[in-house]
Design a protein around this ligand. Structure first.
Ligand code: ZN
Ligand code: ZN
Length: 269
C-alpha cells in the first residue's frame, strides 16, 4: 500500500529532527516514500527559512541513495509566495502563502491571533474581512506565481479560528465569496490541493486544512488532493491521516494523488 508524506520540515529550516532521523522513522513506519519540503528563503523573515539550499539538496540525495529499495526519498521545496524563484531543481514544489503584503510590510497570517488582529486594525481600519480578502486574492494566484505542484494549506488564515471563533467571521457572504473565488481559480490549475493535518498535530484544529466546505467544493469541481502532515517532528509524520481519510471519504473522495518521483498518479484513499 503506497504511503507517503511530501510536506516535511527538518533541521534545515524550522523542523525539530535531522533529515536522517526522519527518513529512519519513515522506514520504520513502512512508508513507501518521504518528501522533504524545507521553507524557501524569505529575506524579510529569517526566523524559519532555509539558509543553505545546496547542503539541503546534497543531504536529501545522499539519503535517497542510502535508502534505495526501502523508502523513496524526495527533495522538495515549500516555496513561499514572496520568495524568489528557486535557483535549484527540486523534485516538486509546494506553493504556500504565509504572509500578506500591505504596502511593502509582510504580515504573517499563521503566527498568532494577536498579529492578525493588530494588522486588521493598523492596515484595514479594523476590517478583518478586508484582510482576509487580500489573503485569498494572494492565494488565488499562488499557482501562477510559484508554478507549484501542490497548493499548501489553502486556508491557512483560519489556523486560529477553531479556538478563537470571533477572530474571523467565516460564515459571512464576503468571506465565502473571497474563499470560493480563490478556490475556483486554483481548481482550474494543474496543481493538487494538499489536505494538511499540521495544525491538528499542534492541537490548534480538529480538522485539516482546507475546511470541509472547501473540500466538498474541490470534490464537486474535479480538483485533486494529497494528504500531508506538514511535519515538524518525526513523531508526527502521519499525524491525523486516518481521521482525515475518513472525513475525505465522507465527502466522496475515493482517491488521492501519489508522487513517484516523476509524476502524480491516483491511488486509493
Ligand atoms: Zn507552510
Ligand atoms: Zn510547511
Amino acid at each position: 500500500m503506497p504511503l507517503q508524506n511530501l510536506h516535511t520540515h527538518s533541521t534545515f529550516c524550522d523542523g525539530k529532527d535531522t533529515p536522517h532521523d526522519i527518513v529512519k522513522r519513515a522506514a520504520e513506519l513502512g512508508m513507501t516514500a518521504i518528501g522533504f519540503s524545507s521553507h524557501s528563503f524569505t529575506e524579510f523573515d529569517l526566523s524559519y527559512c532555509m539558509k543553505d539550499e545546496q547542503k539541503y539538496i546534497s543531504e536529501c540525495r545522499s539519503l535517497k541513495d542510502e535508502y534505495t529499495g526501502v523508502t523513496d526519498v524526495f527533495c522538495g521545496l515549500e516555496l513561499d509566495y514572496y520568495s524568489p524563484i528557486p535557483a535549484y531543481d527540486y523534485d516538486y514544489v509546494i506553493g504556500s502563502v504565509h504572509y500578506i503584503n500591505v504596502g511593502g510590510d509582510y504580515i504573517p497570517v499563521d503566527e498568532s491571533p494577536k498579529i492578525l488582529q493588530a494588522a486588521a486594525e493598523r492596515y484595514f481600519g479594523g476590517d478583518m474581512q478586508k484582510l482576509c480578502e487580500l489573503y485569498y486574492e494572494t492565494a488565488a494566484s499562488v499557482f501562477k506565481k510559484t508554478q507549484c505542484d501542490i497548493i499548501g494549506h489553502f486556508d491557512l488564515i483560519t489556523k486560529f479560528c477553531e479556538q478563537n471563533p470571533k477572530l474571523i467571521d467565516t460564515e459571512s457572504i464576503r468571506y465565502k465569496h473571497a474563499v470560493f473565488s480563490a478556490l475556483d481559480e486554483l481548481i482550474k490549475s494543474d496543481s493538487v490541493f494538499e489536505v494538511n493535518t499540521g495544525a491538528m498535530a499542534r492541537g490548534l484544529r480538529t480538522l485539516p486544512y482546507p475546511s470541509s466546505e472547501c473540500l466538498k467544493r474541490i470534490k464537486e469541481n474535479g480538483g485533486r488532493i494529497i494528504l500531508t502532515s506538514d511535519c515538524h517532528a518525526k513523531e508526527k509524520l502521519l499525524f491525523g491521516f486516518e481521521e482525515a481519510k475518513e472525513a475525505l471519504k465522507e465527502f466522496g473522495f475515493k482517491e488521492q494523488m501519489y508522487f513517484d518521483g516523476k509524476a502524480f498518479t491516483f491511488t486509493a484513499l
